[in-house]
Write a protein that binds this ligand. Structure first.
Ligand code: NAD
Ligand code: IPM
Ligand code: MN
Length: 361
C-alpha cells in the first residue's frame, strides 16, 4: 500500500528528530512492503521566515490531502524574522493551534509508559515505581483556554488581560467518548481530571462525563481534582490507566507524566478527530537549548510515527515492530543524553535513529 504523509519538521530540534523518524518509517516500508510518500510542509517559525505567517492556507489544504501528518516541533529561538515580535496570532505556536483546529483534531492521546530498561532514568524512587506504570492521557485539544476569546486592555489605568475558558457539552461529550473507548481497550479504568471545586466549565465537564459513563458500564470511572492528580502522578503513577482531561490541564499533566518515563524525549502523541487523518508529534517542544547539537532524543517522534501506523493506517503489526525496536535498543544500553545512566552507551540523535531502524526486520 502507498500512504501519503505530510511531514512538518518545524523549528529547533524538529528537523533532527523528524529525519530519524523518516529513517525508521522507510525501514518499515522496506521490510513490510509499504511505500510512504512524504510531502514536506512549512509551519511555525520556519513558515514565518518564508511566508510571514506560521501556517498558510495552502499548507493547511496540502496537509488535508494527505493520509496523516507527522510533526517535529515549532517555536523557540527567534528566527531571521524575529518571531516573537509579531502579534500572538502570527507567532510559531499559532500555526500549531491552527492546524489542530483546521483538521478538527479534538482528541490528543499521550501514552506515558515506563520501559523496564528506563527505571534508572525515572526520577521516582524504586519503591514508588513498583511494577511500573502504563497510563494514557486523553487531552481535549481544540477547546478551553487555548481557543477562547482573549484580549489585553487598559482598565482604570491598569493593563488587564482576559482569556476565556469555555466548553460546551458536545465538546466534552466527544472527548469523553474517546476516553471511555480508549479505557475499554486497556485496563478499563478512566479517571476524569478537573477543577470542579472552583470552575464552572469543570462542573459541566463532570456532569457530562457522568452522563456518558452510562454507555460504558464496563469501565470504572473516577473523578480527581487536577492539583491532586499532579501530586498522585509522582506518588503512585501505577494507579492510573486512562486520565481524561481538558486542554490546559492535559498539557501540564502530560509533561509531568513524560518525566516519570525518564524524559520528555520519550513521550509521543497522536491528535485525532472523526476521520483517519491524524497528526502525530512528540509531546515536547523545539528544545532550542540543544538544537543542532545531535543531542535530542528522537524516540518520542519515532514512537509518534508508530502511533501514526496504528491509528491512521491500521498497521498494528508495523506499529508494534517500531515499539519493539525502541524497547530492544534500550535493552542493549543505548541512550541519548537525556536518559543516560551509569553503564549505558551514549549516542547522538542520528545514531539512535540508525540503531532503531536496524532493529526493524
Ligand atoms: P521543550 O519541550 O522544547 O524543552 C524543555 C526541556 O526539555 C529543554 O531542556 C529541552 O532541551 C528538553 N527536551 C525537549 N525535548 C527533548 C528531546 N527530544 N530530547 C532531549 N531533551 C529534550 O519546552 P520549552 O523549552 O518550554 O519550549 C521551547 C519551545 O517549544 C517554545 O517555543 C514552545 O512554545 C515550543 N513547544 C512546541 C511544542 C510543539 O511544537 N508541539 C510543544 C511544546 C513546546
Ligand atoms: C504541546 C505544546 C503546545 C500546547 C504549545 C506549543 C501550543 O506545549 O503540544 O504540548 O500547549 O498544546
Ligand atoms: Mn505542552
Amino acid at each position: 500500500m502507498e500512504y501519503s504523509i505530510a511531514v512538518i519538521p518545524g523549528d529547533g530540534i524538529g528537523p533532527e528528530i523528524i529525519r530519524e523518524a523518516k529513517k525508521v518509517l522507510d525501514k518499515v516500508g522496506k521490510v513490510c512492503g509499504h511505500s510512504f510518500r512524504y510531502t514536506e510542509l512549512l509551519m511555525g517559525g520556519a513558515s514565518i521566515d518564508v511566508h510571514g505567517v506560521p501556517l498558510t492556507e495552502e499548507t493547511l489544504a496540502a496537509a488535508k490531502k494527505c493520509d496523516a501528518v507527522l510533526l517535529g516541533a515549532v517555536g523557540g529561538n527567534v528566527g531571521v524574522s524575529n518571531w516573537y515580535s509579531l502579534p500572538p496570532e502570527l507567532r510559531p505556536e499559532a500555526g500549531l493551534l491552527k492546524i489542530r483546529k483546521g483538521l478538527e483534531l479534538f482528541a490528543n492521546l499521550r501514552p506515558a509508559l515506563l520501559f523496564d530498561d528506563l527505571r534508572k532514568a525515572c526520577p521516582l524512587k524504586e519503591e514508588i515505581i513498583g511494577e511500573g506504570f502504563d497510563l494514557m492521557v486523553v487531552r481535549e485539544l481544540t477547546g478551553g483556554l487555548y481557543f477562547g476569546e482573549r484580549k489585553t486592555v487598559i482598565e482604570n489605568g491598569l493593563r488587564k488581560a482576559y482569556d476565556m475558558l469555555t466548553y460546551d457539552e458536545e465538546e466534552i461529550r466527544r472527548i469523553t467518548q474517546v476516553g471511555f473507548e480508549t479505557a475499554r481497550k486497556r485496563r478499563k479504568k478512566l479517571c476524569s481530571v478537573d477543577k470542579a471545586n472552583v470552575i464552572d466549565s469543570s462542573r459541566l465537564w463532570r456532569q457530562v462525563v457522568k452522563e456518558v459513563a452510562k454507555d460504558y458500564p464496563d469501565v470504572e470511572l473516577s473523578d480527581m481534582l487536577v492539583d491532586n492528580c499532579a501530586m498522585q502522578l509522582v506518588k503512585d503513577p501505577g494507579q492510573f490507566d486512562v486520565i481524561l482531561t481538558e486542554n490546559m490541564f492535559g498539557d501540564i499533566l502530560s509533561d509531568e507524566a513524560s518525566m516519570i518515563t525518564g524524559s520528555i524525549g520519550m513521550l509521543p502523541s497522536a491528535s485525532l478527530g472523526k476521520t483517519k487523518l491524524g497528526l502525530y508529534e512528540p509531546s515536547h517542544g523545539s528544545a532550542p537549548d540543544i538544537a543542532g547539537q545531535n543531542k535530542a532524543n528522537p524516540m518520542a517522534t519515532i514512537l509518534s510515527a508508530a502511533m501514526m501506523l496504528r491509528y491512521s493506517f491500521d498497521l498494528e503489526a508495523e506499529a508494534l515492530k517500531v515499539e519493539d525496536a525502541v524497547r530492544s535498543v534500550l535493552s542493549k544500553g543505548y541512550r541519548t543524553v537525556d536518559i543516560t545512566s551509569p553503564g549505558s552507551t551514549l549516542v547522538g540523535t542520528d545514531e539512535m535513529g540508525d540503531l532503531i531502524a536496524e532493529e526493524i526486520r
